[in-house]
Design a protein around this ligand. Structure first.
Ligand code: NAD
Length: 517
């Protein structure tokens, strides 16, 4: 192993000289196919991990069910106390875990640490929530009656997550799910196994220290087959899925088909709209971060840029300057702003998108090719040039505008009226994040109102990318309508009951119905 990799792994006691077990259900096991963790920056194999066999997946699900029967009876504030300890354990490993995210996923250091911080923040939130997951008392129309709306723990919550947030997305789910009294079973992306093993180790040590079964936070590593097994199991009460539209569509059907609960967080195709009165200093740097940050691999990445005709020239000149100043580098190096794509397939997706842009006569203003001739060891990585493309027209039905290319390709269109930009913003299947740049309050009203952006995230003078945990996070339309993290998201992780209680000596029926002779 290279010294850059072994420094990161040894800080978390990850042994790369043997095949690692990829299943945790109270014990560490795993005897299925071997997954390789490949460093996107250098191409180096970091470790080999044994995935779950079908029998191991089934056993993990059953152990989760048993663990649920224990955790559901632990008082919620006590569950909060366990979360507080998880938060503390994560905080002591923040830098080491952040570096592992950079090494294995490929995002830059500050973003890797930011992901761990997000887990810490949502754990804090879950601690507070554990004392606030209140039901309601509803006025009854019948004398001597009360109606209670009661939130109880739901059961087993499976979390299927994507490669691009290998720590935070699990954190959002685990914090709410544990506060709510559920057992959580994690099926992470197969290409970031080390992040999920490191996180599960930290969490399970806290659970075991508190006398709680480790299967309260289980792990099954594997690919599609393991995912399908978990999704199809009627012993899994809720599936929280984060990933692509294509897979999410299938997952949604399967879970609906067995009347399970499903929460979908799928692809985004996010637009920034810049009005003539915008503060361009702020807008240019926000679009730069939104489009180039994480090498274009966030669900909230800015993929479409709609510029008012009055600002096009100035805006693009400044943005192009920033694009040309950025250099690819090792994401572990704190001065790097541009890391690699996560895998070779993503480079292929990027190439295909650029090819199509050329075919439809788009101007490639900057970028447009993978980096070649990088010095060793970066020559083994998946580095591509961030690209600005200007198609001849905005046709939101064309795949250039209507599909999510998970790479740093920003497509630019020009408008004269805000209404036109909103129509383009809304004219695509996805509805995750959106951002308007203006200082005119009338534009703000239009943008956030009934005829405004139809996305789940509707920002003003804030880029599309980079959400806080306090508000509910998620998107509409083909992004899946899911909401995670803050707001009312916790209400999905419980089983609601309406309990009518009669304290009187009569038994009147609702609506005054009489049924006696
Ligand atoms: P993906 O859909 O390929 O994989 C997601 C997960 O599903 C992985 O764990 C994968 O192993 C599993 N999986 C694959 N096939 C399956 C099947 N048939 N049944 C069950 N599980 C299956 O996604 P990806 O490439 O890892 O991630 C990138 C995508 O995720 C992008 O579209 C991105 O926008 C999206 N994403 C969305 C959000 C959000 O909050 N909306 C956040 C992060 C990423």
């Amino acid at each position: 192993l290279s010294s850059r990799a072994s420094t990161v792994l040894s800080a978390l006691d990850i042994r790369a000289d043997r095949e690692l077990p990829g299943v945790y259900d109270g014990e560490w096991t795993g005897s299925g196919d071997v997954l390789e963790s490949v460093c996107p920056t250098t191409g180096e194999v970091l470790a080999r991990v044994k995935s779950a066999t079908p029998a191991e997946v089934e056993r993990a699900i059953q152990r989760s069910r048993e663990a649920y029967k224990v955790i559901r009876s632990v008082p919620a504030p006590k569950r909060g106390e366990i979360l507080r300890q998880i938060r503390e354990a994560l905080a002591t490993k923040r830098d080491a875990l952040g570096a592992l995210v950079s090494l294995e996923m490929g995002k830059i250091r500050t973003e890797g640490e930011g992901e761990v911080q997000e887990f810490i923040d949502i754990a804090d939130y879950g601690v507070g929530l554990s004392r606030m997951m209140n039901g309601r008392v509803v006025a009854s129309e019948r004398p001597g009656h009360s109606i209670l709306e009661v939130p109880n723990p739901l059961g087993v919550v499976a979390v299927l997550s994507a490669f691009n947030f290998p720590v935070a997305v699990y954190g959002w789910n685990l914090a709410l799910s544990l506060a709510a009294g559920n057992a959580t079973l994690w099926k992470p992306a197969p290409s970031t196994p080390l992040c999920s093993i490191a996180v599960t180790k930290i969490v399970s040590e806290v659970l075991e220290r508190n006398g709680v079964p480790g299967a309260v936070a289980g792990l099954v590593l594997g690919g599609k087959a393991v995912g399908e097994h978990v999704v199809g199991s009627s012993d899994v009460d809720m599936v929280s899925f984060t990933g692509s539209e294509a897979v999410g569509r299938e997952v949604g059907k399967v879970v609906q088909g067995r009347f399970g609960k499903v929460l979908l967080e799928l692809g985004g195709n996010n637009a920034a709209v810049v009005m003539p009165d915008a503060d361009l200093n702020l807008a240019v740097s926000a679009v730069f971060f939104g489009a180039v940050g994480t090498a274009g691999q966030r669900c909230t990445t800015t993929r479409r840029l709609y510029l008012h005709s009055n600002v096009v020239e100035d805006f693009l000149a400044r943005l192009e300057g920033l694009y040309q100043s950025v250099r690819p580098g090792d994401p572990l190096d704190r001065s790097t702003l541009l890391g690699p794509l996560h895998n070779r397939a993503a480079v292929q997706t990027y190439d295909t998108a650029i090819q199509h842009l050329k075919e439809i006569g788009a101007e490639i203003m900057t970028g447009g090719a993978p980096y070649r001739d990088l010095a060793s060891p970066l020559n083994g990585g998946n580095f591509v040039m961030p690209t600005i493309a200007i198609p001849q027209e905005v046709n939101v039905k064309d795949k250039v505008w209507s599909t999510e290319t998970f790479a740093p390709v920003l497509t630019v269109g020009v408008f004269d009226k805000l209404e036109q930009a909103i129509e383009w913003n809304n004219g695509v299947p996805q509805g995750l994040s959106s951002s308007l740049w203006t200082r005119d309050i009338r534009n703000v009203g239009k943008w956030i109102g009934p005829a405004g952006s139809d996305a789940g995230i509707v920002n003003v003078n804030v880029g599309t990318s980079g959400a806080e945990i306090g508000a509910a996070f998620g998107g509409n339309k083909s992004t899946g309508w899911g909401r995670e993290s803050g707001g009312d998201a916790w209400k999905q992780y419980v089983r609601w009951s309406a309990a009518t209680i009669n304290f009187s000596d009569e038994a009147p029926l609702a609506q005054g119905v009489q049924f006696s002779n």
